[in-house]
Design a protein around this ligand. Structure first.
Ligand code: UGA
Length: 452
């Protein structure tokens, strides 16, 4: 098949490269000439494991190419995927659809013959209707269909998610478009990936509902973690205890510093706005957004407590800055709120991240960057694990502790068993482990009661 992908950002690049790997001829187009020039030389502007190799292989086999020319990409395409950004609109939290609508107008001018226009970008319910109206107004003569086909890719595992999806959701009422989309994903049908055909609005809403539900799971377990700290429970056991119930499932029950990234925070907010616009209630999503926002900053308070009530004049070493491992993405990362709150409390913040330090420099001020996990801890008063990169899971704890001024470890991802770090001489604080660690609330309360 001949496919065009409009927008060579994260979603567009992964989609284009994976569709080319299925055997389709894919042309990716972007209006940023610098980005396109880099892509033509297989320089990938984002950090995603395996993407560079996939792009290189499919370019070499002449199934994938890049250009700034929309006409070149779209003219003979049977399906045109729109994969431009939909950031949160400044001020009101609605998804900003200006890029989607502009791309639609541009695409409409270039279409020849029956074409399926596929909305891959995450767009609020009803956007497909508007996109259809724009094309119809521009080209009343043209035969076309607008389809919703949301992506469910996780950064850091996007290629795997694309090739082995839990499901593919396709929203269209157009019979011919169903056939075209079935052909696009035929290689996955052979792997028996479930394809769901729905109405277009249902498909648009499914994407938001999926992200809001996952964000809810995380927020729920984070609140259970806080409760564990108060009552003396262990959140990891609670998560396992509930997750083994197949009706609940064990995924997305890792307590941590709150969810971040380019999707969950923005999509939960956009879902709330959509509900408000339609006079419906989305109170659970509202609670999730507000609890998560407060949590990120509260993590800095946890560090302050672990440091004996004050971080003024102290050096705090952060291990990890990105919103999760295997990405360089800093968008809405919990580290941003944590760093700012620690600085407000008078701490000097030093940080190390295997991939995110360049991005971090654009959003964080007055942070000192180190070359590695041991260098960052050198002379520090506390080390804080913010992102669970694999390289932090097996640190030489003796070496780490020896280099520090005081052996305080705050592990916001629970990557170390409490006893393990304590056996190496650390004063350890995890998340939701009420029974372990000297920095936990329950032990502090006990100490206060005992008057110590
Ligand atoms: C998320 C969804 O998982 C994808 O299915 C979706 O396609 C994507 O958004 C999107 O809409 O484009 P992503 O933002 O890449 O993917 O990252 P996740 O792996 O879902 O993690 C999001 C945040 O939740 C991270 O900050 C992570 O640390 C946090 N998290 C995740 C937890 O705190 N606990 C968990 O158990 C899982």
């Amino acid at each position: 098949m001949k496919i065009a992908v409009v927008g060579a950002g994260y979603v567009g690049l992964v989609t284009g490269a994976c569709l080319a790997a299925f055997g389709h001829r894919v042309r990716c187009v972007d209006n940023d000439p610098v980005k396109i020039a880099a892509l033509k030389e297989v320089r990938i502007p984002i950090y995603e494991p395996g993407l560079s190799e996939l792009v290189a292989q499919n370019m070499a086999e002449e199934r994938l190419d890049f250009s700034t020319s929309l006409a070149w990409a779209v003219a003979d395409a049977e399906a045109v995927f729109i994969a431009v950004g939909t950031p949160s609109r400044r001020g009101d939290g609605h998804a900003d659809l200006s890029y989607v609508y502009q791309a639609t107008r541009n695409v409409a001018e270039e279409l020849i013959g029956y074409t399926v226009v596929v909305l891959k970008s995450t767009v609020p319910v009803g956007t497909g209707d508007e996109v259809e109206r724009i094309i119809r107004d521009a080209r009343p003569d043209l035969s076309f269909a607008v389809v919703s086909n949301p992506e469910f890719l996780r950064e850091g595992a996007a290629i795997e998610d694309f090739k082995r999806p839990d499901r593919i959701v396709i929203g269209t009422e157009d019979e011919m478009a169903r056939e075209v989309m079935a052909e696009v994903y035929r290689p996955l049908c052979l792997n028996q990936a479930p394809i769901m055909f729905t109405g277009r609005r249902t498909s648009e809403l499914t994407k938001y509902a999926a992200n809001a539900f996952l964000a809810t799971k995380i927020t729920f377990i984070n609140e259970m973690a806080d409760l564990c700290e108060k009552v003396g429970g262990d959140v990891q056991d609670v998560a396992r205890g509930i997750g083994l119930d197949r009706r609940i499932g064990n995924k997305f029950l890792h307590a941590g510093p709150g969810f971040g990234g380019s999707c969950f925070p923005k999509d939960v907010t956009a879902l709330i706005k959509t509900a408000q616009d339609h006079g419906a209630n989305c109170r659970i999503a509202e609670a999730v957004a507000s609890v998560n926002d407060q949590r990120k900053r509260a993590m800095a308070w946890k560090v302050v407590q672990a440091c004996g009530g004050s971080v003024r004049g102290k050096t705090i070493a952060l291990l990890g800055l990105t919103f999760k491992p295997n990405t360089d993405d800093m968008r809405d990362a919990p580290s941003i709120a944590i760093v700012t709150a620690l600085q407000d409390a008078g701490a000097w913040v030093r940080a190390y991240d295997p991939a995110g330090m360049e991005q971090a420099q654009t959003v964080l001020q007055d942070v000192e960057y180190a070359e590695g996990p041991y260098e960052v801890a050198n002379g520090a008063d506390a080390v804080v694990i913010v992102t669970e990169w694999d390289m932090f899971r097996a640190l030489d704890l003796d070496r780490l502790r020896r280099s520090m001024r005081s052996p305080i470890m705050v592990d916001l991802r629970n990557i170390y068993a409490g006893g393990e770090a304590e056996a190496r001489g650390f004063l350890y604080t995890g998340i939701g482990r009420g029974m372990t660690g000297p920095g936990t609330t329950i032990q502090m309360q006990d100490a206060l009661v005992a008057g110590t």
